[in-house]
Write a protein that binds this ligand. Structure first.
Ligand SMILES: [Mg+2]
Length: 139
């Protein structure tokens, strides 16, 4: 018996795959992709973390030395948003791969972290402010 295809069945009919794709399905896609290539030996925690930061840096590279106006153009209809999307996807690949290899429930981890952040940044004091929770105001 063959494995079920984890890809969404309506791949070409859905405008936003985010709306119909689970993290589990993406983790499974990454696992299958890597299994086919026998990449487990290369995907220890250190190398996956390096991969994540490397890909995150590739996202950042698009914005280095750019003004806010330039950035708006980069992400606009005549810009290179597809390149930025590709780098975000590369970073997501490493997050999914890390979580898959080390049995991390990403949705649970995310919910826990968001809950902690909500405690650090209560709406009353954090609304409209980008100040880090443990830093006093400068003035
Ligand atoms: Mg990349």
């Amino acid at each position: 018996m063959s494995e079920p295809d984890p890809r969404p069945p309506v791949l070409d009919e859905v405008a936003r795959l985010d709306d119909v794709t689970t993290l589990s399905a993406l983790k499974e896609r990454v696992r299958a992709f890597c299994d086919e290539r026998d990449w487990d030996r290369f995907h220890g925690a250190k190398d996956l973390a390096i991969g994540l930061v490397t890909e995150a840096s590739e996202v950042l590279e698009h914005f280095r030395f750019q003004s806010e106006e330039d950035i708006a153009a980069i992400l606009g209809p005549n810009g290179r948003k597809a390149e930025v999307e590709a780098e975000l996807a590369d970073a997501l690949f490493f997050i999914l791969r890390f979580a898959g290899r080390y049995d991390i429930d990403l949705a649970r981890a995310f919910e826990r972290k968001l809950e902690r952040n909500a405690a650090k940044y209560p709406v009353d004091s954090a609304r409209g402010s980008n100040r880090k929770y443990n830093r006093a105001p400068l003035r």
